[in-house]
Design a protein around this ligand. Structure first.
Ligand SMILES: [Zn+2]
Length: 123
């Protein structure tokens, strides 16, 4: 990502995250989040099955409630995917910022780097 010194506005490209907004990285992060959500959803289904006193491998017949539950759960899963992707991206940006924010600016010598940013769009 690109980092700007808040004292002298000197800019540098540092770290492993791309300097342009990257859709492929976003989809990779989204896939990672979905891969983490699936076991969590299975665990929640197991808990729901135990609370209903049924075996989790047996589908629970919800009747017409399925018309309400399926769209609602789809919205919740999409929201969880978006929130999880943003959280994962912010975590990676935080790790990179922490790794590079303690070095001195080559122009003014101060350690006051702003949060990393991107410029433009890439693949
Ligand atoms: Zn500086």
């Amino acid at each position: 990502m690109l980092y700007r010194c808040r004292n002298c506005t000197h800019e540098e490209a540092r770290g492993v995250l791309p300097t342009a907004s990257c859709g492929m990285l976003l989809f990779a992060q989204m896939g990672l989040v979905i891969g983490m959500l699936i076991p969590a959803i299975r665990y929640l289904r197991t808990l729901a099955g135990e609370s209903l006193g049924t075996n989790a491998s047996v589908a629970v017949d919800m009747g017409w409630w399925v018309l309400l539950v399926v769209p609602l759960s789809a919205v919740v899963v999409i929201a969880a995917t978006i929130f999880g992707t943003l959280a994962l991206n912010t975590l990676l940006e935080l790790l990179e910022w922490v790794a590079y924010s303690f070095r001195r600016c080559p122009k003014c010598g101060r350690r006051c780097w702003a949060w990393g940013f991107t410029r433009g769009f890439g693949l």
